[in-house]
Design a protein around this ligand. Structure first.
Ligand SMILES: [Fe+2]
Length: 153
């Protein structure tokens, strides 16, 4: 069952999840201004979710007879909230893509498919959430810049 391509694919995912732990933690550390109140804990929660996924995938790689990686990719960081949200959407979309690819390799092992599908659902929720946060309505735009919404004269 433990084929090399699958373990390699899971290790790429693990690397991505470790990247998420660092990237979201950093975002929560450095966010400043009014929106810190909301987004510091939002990003911390996402770092914890990445850690939870890393733990699941690392344990699974070991169970399959592989060696889990302990490295990560470069993180993206910015003090501009909108940019951080864009990085986050790209991060979650990449995770969806990676778990979808792993699912192809996991067939026909049913329990592994279910295991990966559960995580894939959470990654898709991340995509949906960041897509909504980035939706460009005038009110959202004004509030993101920290300026009050002005009435048009
Ligand atoms: Fe994840």
């Amino acid at each position: 069952m433990a084929n090399e391509a699958l373990i390699d694919c899971l290790n790429e995912i693990l690397k991505h999840e470790w990247t998420g732990v660092a990237q979201y933690s950093q975002a929560s550390f450095i966010i400043e201004g009014l929106w810190r109140e909301v987004y510091a804990s939002k990003f911390e929660g996402d770092a914890k979710e990445s850690f939870r996924h890393a733990k699941l995938i690392g344990d699974k790689i070991a169970a399959l007879g592989g060696v889990p990686v302990a490295t990560r990719n470069e993180i993206k960081q910015s003090k501009d909230l909108r940019e951080v949200l864009e990085f986050s959407l790209a991060f979650e979309a990449k995770a969806v893509e990676m778990y979808t690819k792993a699912l192809e390799l996991a067939e026909p092992h049913r329990s592994l498919v279910v295991f990966l599908e559960d995580i894939l659902l959470e990654e898709q929720e991340g995509v949906d959430e960041y897509t909504k946060l980035l939706r460009d309505t005038p009110a959202a735009h004004a509030s993101m810049s920290g300026e009050p919404v002005r009435k048009s004269s």
